[in-house]
Design a protein around this ligand. Sequence first.
Ligand SMILES: [Zn+2]
Length: 236
Amino acid sequence: MREELVALAKLAEMDDSARDIDAELKQIPEQLEELRGSVQMLESLLAQEREQLAQAEALKLQQSAELKERGEGLQRARKKVAQSSNIREANAAEREVDANRRAIKEREEELGRIAETIDAKTASLAEREKDFEEAKGMLQSREESTKARIEELDQQRGVLLTGRELLVAKVPTNVVKRYERLRTGIPNAVIIIKDGNCTGCRMALPPQLNIELQRADELHQCPHCRRIIIHQTVVD
Ligand SMILES: [Zn+2]
């Protein structure tokens, strides 16, 4: 088992040397995804603002049409006042004039409020558009720069992991599997034991285990943290 353990220790050392690169390679797409998410959020806010502006503009058209109608109604009512032939007709026509005047005042006030809303929405829409374009640009340049970075990292990784396959071939398959499973969960899945302590979890190993480790005739794991442990004398 000694040679296999030596190969495993080398494999673990090699993998550890590429750990920062692996972490960065994992982080890059996560960061891009986060950025994409915020661009999408800005886009949907923008769509909402556009919708609100369209609604305000539709309301403005509707109120303007009503204002025009009431203006015509007022003229008709005034004509009736002028043409009325008795008090009853004149009173009725006056009431019509008043009703139209009130309606006109209300419409004008409403149109004033709508105009304010439209101004505010137009201004905030411009802000949102600016934010959206900025975020989109940032995402685009980030995508380009990370593409270059990924290539660089892949290349460095390739150099660091040269010969990895050869080492893997020297370690029994079940041990490789156990190692791979362990290292997805914890850093430093293989610990070289120097003074009877596991440096992975800082716990002391039972003395008997320490003796067995030096014999190197089977695979051992730290009883506390489950990391694979190999004695220093085995790999020296
Ligand atoms: Zn441990």
